[in-house]
Design a protein around this ligand. Structure first.
Ligand code: ZN
Length: 186
């Protein structure tokens, strides 16, 4: 455990040095609700988010999403990086969600080397504006539903740490790439 924590801290130090744009739990902007943005500003913020996310991935091999407050912008935009592609979500809104929930130990670029086990709905229906200005609506489940809910929560000023199950905060010494959605709290 100690060895794994030391290794994580080393990587985290590199992140702190190379990505000064990132904001961390404790900064008030991460606990504020964001405001809707225009298409133009949304696309431009998404570009910046992508730069930061790709830099983070280069250093850590991790990172699947990033929301505007995490780089100090109080606007409703997040990006997701899935299958080597960046998806842009401008002014997203979750309009429907399942009663059934699952559990997952979530990492967050704003929470450093700490992970939080969070219970969230299994599926959601989300509406958002895409990079071409089209309003979209789609149902998501699995890891996408999980990721998008994590990012959308950032836009409402909530972190995974705020929604952790009791006893669910731990050092992220496990392999996040092997992490699976679970039906029960561990
Ligand atoms: Zn996050």
């Amino acid at each position: 455990m100690l060895k794994d924590i030391k290794l994580k801290i080393k990587t985290f130090q590199t992140v702190l040095e190379k990505i000064p744009e990132l904001r961390y739990a404790g900064e008030s902007i991460l606990r504020e609700a964001t405001i809707p943005t225009t298409l133009e500003e949304g696309v431009s913020l998404a570009k910046k988010l992508e730069e930061v996310l790709l830099k983070y991935r280069e250093i850590t091999g991790l990172g699947r999403g990033l929301a505007a407050p995490q780089i100090g912008k109080n606007k409703s935009v997040f990006i997701a990086y899935i299958d080597n592609q960046t998806e842009i979500f401008i002014n997203p809104k979750i309009v429907e969600k399942s009663n059934k929930t699952n559990f997952y130990r979530e990492l967050c670029m704003s929470a450093g080397i700490v992970a939080a086990d969070v219970e969230r709905p299994v599926w959601i229906v989300m509406e958002w504006t895409d990079k071409d200005g089209n309003r979209k609506s789609e149902k998501f489940d699995g890891l996408k539903a999980r990721l998008y809910q994590h990012e959308e929560a950032h836009l409402r000023g909530r972190l995974n740490l705020d929604d952790a199950v009791s006893g669910g905060i731990q050092f992220a010494t496990f392999d996040p790439l092997k992490e699976q959605l679970r039906n029960k709290k561990s």
